[in-house]
Design a protein around this ligand. Structure first.
Ligand SMILES: [Zn+2]
Length: 153
């Protein structure tokens, strides 16, 4: 049985592997004519297919801007090599200015995961593991009591 925490870890690993499949791991530079060179904030280069998306920008009901944009830039990828290298974050797979920010990101994420876990436990009425152990020993006690009662009959 996988615990909730392991499940979260697995999901994150999966997301990480997916990101790698999108071209993070330095795949050949001659990757075909459609691929484009991007730079990651930590200085690495990536060859990947542009991820073009239509977009519409509205102010109220009026369209003020529309067109297509490359969603790869939304991930933080850059068109030119970064001037100030950032630190790759092992927690969110994005980039932060300093190692301290990475540590902070981890702390925030852990707090968030814990909060989600608590909400999940509450929602599905899952007790702490301690509660389960307590419950098991209580059931055992009841069994023994029942046995004794039945023996007397
Ligand atoms: Zn982060």
């Amino acid at each position: 049985m996988t615990t909730l925490r392991e499940g979260f870890k697995e999901a994150r690993q999966e997301a990480h592997d997916r990101a790698k499949g999108e071209g993070w791991a330095m795949t050949p530079v001659y990757g075909g004519p459609q691929k484009k060179r991007y730079y990651l904030p930590d200085g690495r280069e990536v060859m990947a297919l542009p991820s073009m998306r239509d977009y519409v920008k509205r102010e109220g009901k009026v369209v003020v801007e529309s067109g297509t944009r490359d969603a790869n830039y939304d991930k933080g990828w850059l068109e030119t090599p970064p001037q100030n290298l950032k630190v790759t974050c092992i927690h969110c797979d994005r980039w932060h200015d300093t190692e301290d920010d990475v540590v902070r990101c981890g702390t925030q994420r852990n707090a968030m995961v814990q909060k989600q876990e608590q909400a999940y436990r509450k929602r599905f009425k899952i007790g702490d593991e301690d509660d389960v152990i307590k419950l098991k020993s209580e059931v055992q006690e009841l069994r023994e009591m029942l046995k004794k009662v039945l023996e007397k009959v």
